[in-house]
Unconditional design. Structure first.
Length: 623
């Protein structure tokens, strides 16, 4: 025993020294690497594991009633090497309880009584369940702990009331509901923190295991159900012509009107039973969401997402006929599915379908987005692009969004910008990115805005969260793309995604995967962008120009290793532009000396592009 402890201590000491030369690593993360669940080469370690479950869920809904009733059977598999004496149940919609911890003010219409668990059994034995809880509910397993490699069966019945004011979930109107986080689930138990016990406070997002689901949704006649997953009984719940149009939409580029307003008015969409039960299945996904309406119209088409196999993915939209932007949703989505699959990230869309549902949340869910309607078609497209980009981060890559929001929001912001260039051109994409993603961060001089990106997302303020989750990490990823060049950046990104899709990567897995795949030690870059209090501010310190060359000394006042252009203007007004990648900051992150083969210049300007400068007045030199 003493020998084992000493060896373990030696290994931790060795790892600590190695990481000290690279990037900071908290103690719990060091332990994961020491145990071999994660590896310094960026790959899952020899002893990597993650738990999973199979859910069989049945819910009933009957708008305008806000009450949702549910039953579920969960088979939870302990694939860890630990004996679990407790299960942790997540009840995310308890955020609507008046007494819940939350990040922001909650109006009366966002409040409800939350979940009431009516029945809770473990392996067939009834167990009392304490409903006086927030979004996290520990359950003791008593005399029969869950051993490594074993499983436990839960049976749960519950009911809850949808909030009247719809956000990520709730009543869209009296005829339409959006259900998210609507079922009790087993929280994540992972290799670096154990049980995920962080309360959901309605700002940071979610962390879920990859599970298999069967979902049955019973609703009155004329109500259509859209959900994550594959509809298994279309012929039973849809009228034959509608079911046929839905089937045709899976293989055509043309947008089909699966259910028009006239069909909705004529009650010619669903089977005319008193109630219909819609059955959906989804495999190896992290969550489910559901939209229900008897007034929404329905469009569909598909797009080729894998050119090697010619696999198609369905793109659907459900919306009020008065929402002009949503009439374009399927076409917007077809372009996004194809572009994301073939360009950036350049990974074939991994799911069978995507549905755009008109709501209020501007929020992503596996295979669904819930977006508000807007008057500006360009903004509507970018909004939908952003939420669809989340397919890859966090739904393909099982990101812990609660702790590391920059691992998904930063990437969705980056993909939104890159696809925007293809859709609207470089200038419009740049203008939108600067105005919507960077300007607020640059114009705010508070220390909150300069908190290191690596800061845990659930611990920073609202302003700091916005910068750290969206704009700053996106600029870091784009700077890395500029530093490495597209080919090497793609190689590194794909290595990371190949290794960690369907798993739970953390920031260090990303850092080490990129180091390993690119063959470069990028620690200086990770430290500069993710572990610093830097901001964006360059300045021309001095210029020495002769007949043959110009030497420009640039101060990096803010500290971030950004790319920039040096623009030289001669006496006639002619200009030459010299692009500088972030590599100029590798040796000295405070100052760079740049020698350019253009002499006798009359003006030198630094142009940062989308990386807005905090003090642009000192970016120009004139003699």
């Amino acid at each position: 025993m003493i020998r084992k402890i000493c060896c373990g201590a030696a290994l931790l000491f060795s790892l600590g020294n190695a990481y000290a030369q690279g990037v900071y690593m908290p103690r719990n993360i060091k332990q994961a690497y020491a145990k071999g669940t994660r590896s310094p080469d960026g790959k899952p370690g020899k002893w990597y594991w993650q738990n999973t479950a199979t859910y069989d869920i049945h819910i009933t809904a009957a708008p305008p009633s806000q009450v949702i009733k549910g039953t579920e059977t969960i088979v939870y598999h302990n694939q860890s090497r630990d004996t679990l004496k407790t299960l942790v149940i997540r009840l995310i919609d308890n955020i609507h309880k008046p007494q819940a911890s939350r990040s922001n003010y909650a109006g009366k219409q966002t409040l409800s009584a939350g979940f009431t668990v009516d029945t809770f059994t473990l392996n067939g034995k009834a167990q009392a369940f304490n409903n006086d809880v927030g979004t996290v509910a520990p359950v003791r397993l008593g005399a029969t702990p869950l051993l490594p490699g074993d499983s436990v069966q839960l049976y749960v019945t519950w009911h809850y009331e949808l909030p009247l004011q719809s956000g990520r979930e709730g009543m869209i109107d009296t005829t339409t509901q959006y259900l998210a986080y609507f079922y009790p689930r087993v929280a994540v138990y992972d290799d670096y923190n154990g049980w995920d016990m962080i309360e959901h406070t309605d700002r940071t997002e979610f962390y879920n295991d990859f599970n298999n689901y069967r979902l049955s949704v019973t609703v009155p006649r004329n109500y259509v159900v859209w959900s994550t997953g594959t509809l298994e009984n279309a012929a039973a719940v849809l009228q034959p012509a509608v079911a046929e149009r839905l089937r045709q939409s899976f293989t055509t580029d043309s947008v089909l009107h699966i259910a028009t307003q006239q069909m909705v008015n004529d009650k010619a969409v669903t089977a005319q039973n008193d109630q219909n039960t819609w059955i959906w299945t989804a495999h190896n996904v992290s969550d489910l969401a559901v939209g229900i309406s008897n007034t929404y119209i329905w469009d569909g088409a598909s797009a080729v997402v894998d050119s090697a196999t010619m696999r198609r993915a369905s793109m659907q939209a459900a919306y009020r006929s008065t929402a002009e932007d949503f009439h374009h949703s399927v076409a917007f989505g077809q372009f996004a599915l194809t572009w994301f699959s073939h360009h950036w990230p350049g990974v074939a869309y991994p799911f069978p379908k995507m549905t755009a549902f008109q709501g209020f949340a501007d929020m992503e869910y596996p295979m669904m987005v819930n977006d508000g309607t807007v008057n500006d078609l360009r903004f509507a497209q970018l909004l939908q692009d952003h939420e669809m980009a989340h397919t890859y981060f966090p739904f393909y890559m099982g990101i812990n969004e609660t702790r590391y929001a920059y691992m998904d929001e930063g990437w969705a912001t980056t993909l939104e910008y890159l696809i925007g260039i293809a859709e609207f051109g470089q200038q419009k994409a740049d203008d939108f990115y600067k105005t919507f993603r960077v300007k607020r961060y640059i114009s705010d001089n508070s220390t909150e805005e300069d908190m290191p990106i690596i800061s845990m997302s659930n611990q920073v303020s609202g302003m700091g969260y916005g910068s750290n989750a969206y704009g700053k990490p996106s600029m870091a990823y784009l700077s890395l793309k500029d530093l490495l060049g597209d080919a090497l950046f793609r190689k590194g990104l794909h290595a990371y995604m190949d290794r960690w899709h369907g798993k739970h990567p953390i920031p260090w897995d990303f850092f080490y995967s990129l180091n390993n795949a690119t063959g470069q030690d990028l620690s200086w870059f990770w430290n500069n962008w993710f572990f610093s209090y830097n901001y964006i501010d360059l300045a021309v310190a001095s210029v020495h120009t002769s007949a043959k060359q110009t030497v420009v000394v640039v101060h990096n006042t803010g500290g971030f290793a950004i790319p920039f252009d040096v623009i030289l203007t001669n006496a006639t007004g002619s200009t030459k532009t010299y692009h500088q990648t972030p590599a100029v900051w590798k040796a000295n992150q405070q100052q760079a000396t740049i020698t350019l083969p253009t002499g006798q210049v009359k003006e030198v300007t630094l142009e940062n592009g989308i990386y807005l400068d905090a003090t642009p007045a000192d970016n120009t030199w004139k003699p």
